[in-house]
Design a protein around this ligand. Structure first.
Ligand code: AMP
Length: 171
């Protein structure tokens, strides 16, 4: 199956010059959705993570079923002010300004914490790098990254820590 044919490209969204990769058309396709999760699981299974971390919000959509498939737990990383218990937080740079991501403090505790970070798409790598820092500051073991889509020209992969990085579709 060619996942790329199920991903819709919307020009100039959310602003001029951005080619938005719309995964809702992939999610809507029953065979496409199950194939995507199965392929992610196949490619990361040897990393044997204890937990999958997904970033709000599209990382949740792929991360939770992937965790289920791997027999791992799922940990959400969220935008500020959403998580109810004590959090670790990290600031990171956006194209314009700063943003923050948070994770529950008691979600990440060594030693049994081999972590796989999952998101729908890697562009500059800023979001994934910030999430990796949250994992590494906790003392947990980051075992890899998995993305459905990689925008190669933006060089995100080069900014990530040196662990296995898989992506299913490259542009
Ligand atoms: P970055 O931190 O630059 O790697 O951006 C990754 C995040 O931004 C992901 O969570 C994506 O959902 C979103 N994103 C960035 N660029 C695009 C794009 N062209 N199409 C769809 N989503 C994007």
């Amino acid at each position: 199956m060619d996942i790329q044919t199920l991903i819709r490209e919307i020009p100039d969204f959310p602003k001029p010059g951005i080619q938005f990769k719309d995964i809702t058309t992939l999610l809507r396709d029953p065979a496409g959705l199950s194939y995507t999760i199965d392929l992610l699981a196949e490619k990361v299974s040897e990393l044997a993570p204890d937990f999958v971390i997904g970033m709000e919000s599209r990382g949740f959509i792929f991360g939770a079923p992937l965790a289920y498939k791997l027999g791992a737990g799922f940990i959400p990383v969220r935008k500020p002010g959403k998580l109810p218990a004590a959090v670790h937080s990290i600031e990171y740079e956006l194209e314009y300004g700063m943003d923050r991501l948070e994770v529950h403090q008691d979600a990440l505790h060594p030693p049994d914490c081999k972590i796989l970070i999952v998101d729908d798409l890697i562009a500059t790598g800023g979001t994934a790098t910030a999430t990796a820092k949250l994992v590494q500051q906790s003392g947990c073991n980051l075992v890899g990254f998995a993305f459905v889509i990689e925008l190669k020209d933006l060089g995100g992969r080069e900014r990530l820590p040196a662990v296995p990085i898989i992506s299913l579709v490259q542009y």
